[in-house]
Design a protein around this ligand. Structure first.
Ligand code: HEM
Ligand code: HEM
Length: 136
C-alpha cells in the first residue's frame, strides 16, 4: 500500500507528544511529594496534548495532499479515538481543580481518561509504524 510521503513529520509529532504525555503521567504518579509536581504535570501534559493535536493536523494535511481518502485504514479510526481522549483529559484535569464538591469524582475520571489515552496512543504508534513498514 502507498503511504503518504509526509508521514515522518506526522510520526515525529506523535512520538514527541507521546513522550511528553508519558513524562507528565509519571510526574503525577511518582513526584507528588514535591511541591512543584502539579505545575510541571500540567505544563508537560498540555504541551504533549498540543503536539498530538498538531500531529493530527499534519495527518489530515498529509492525507489530503496524497490519496485524499480520509479514514482509509484502521490506524486512522484508532487515531480519531485517541484524539478524543487527548482533548478530554486536560479539560477534566482543570475541571477537577475548579469544583470542590464533584472534584474527587472528576479526578478519578481524569486519571482513567489519561491512562486510556496513553495506552491507545502507544497502540496507535505501533499501528502507524506497522503501516509504514519500518517493522513487520
Ligand atoms: C501515536 C499517535 C498517532 C495518532 C493519534 C495518529 C493519528 C492518525 C490519523 C487520525 C490519521 C488519519 C488522517 C486522515 O485520514 O485524514 C493518520 C494517518 C496516518 N498515520 Fe498516524 N497517528 C499516530 C502515529 C503514527 C505513527 C507513529 C506513524 C508512522 C510511523 C503514523 C503513520 C500514519 C500514516 C502513514 C497515515 C496515512 C494513512 C493513509 O494514507 O490514509 N501515524 N494518523
Ligand atoms: C492530556 C493531558 C493529561 C494527561 C494524559 C494526564 C494524565 C494524568 C494521570 C494518568 C494521572 C494519574 C497519575 C496516577 O496514576 O496517580 C493524573 C493526575 C492528575 N492530573 Fe493530569 N493529565 C493531563 C493533564 C492535566 C492537567 C491540564 C491538569 C490541570 C492542572 C491535571 C491535573 C491533575 C491532577 C490534580 C492529578 C492528581 C490526581 C490524583 O492522583 O490525586 N492533569 N493526570
Amino acid at each position: 500500500m502507498e503511504v503518504p510521503a509526509l508521514w515522518p513529520y506526522h510520526a515525529v509529532l506523535m512520538i514527541t507528544g507521546f513522550l511528553l504525555l508519558s513524562t507528565g503521567m509519571l510526574i503525577a504518579r511518582y513526584m507528588k511529594r514535591e511541591q512543584w509536581w502539579l505545575k510541571v504535570h500540567e505544563t508537560i501534559a498540555i504541551s504533549g496534548a498540543i503536539i498530538v493535536i498538531s500531529g493530527l493536523l499534519m495527518a489530515i494535511y498529509m492525507v489530503s495532499s496524497s490519496t485524499g481518502i480520509h479514514f482509509r485504514v484502521p490506524h486512522t479510526y484508532l487515531g480519531a479515538i485517541v484524539i478524543i481522549f487527548v482533548a478530554m483529559t486536560p479539560i477534566l484535569g482543570y475541571a477537577q481543580l475548579k469544583s470542590e464538591s464533584i472534584g474527587m469524582k472528576i479526578r478519578t475520571i481524569h486519571r482513567w481518561s489519561g491512562r486510556i489515552a496513553l495506552v491507545l496512543i502507544f497502540l496507535n504508534m505501533l499501528s502507524g509504524i506497522l503501516l509504514v513498514g519500518i517493522i513487520g
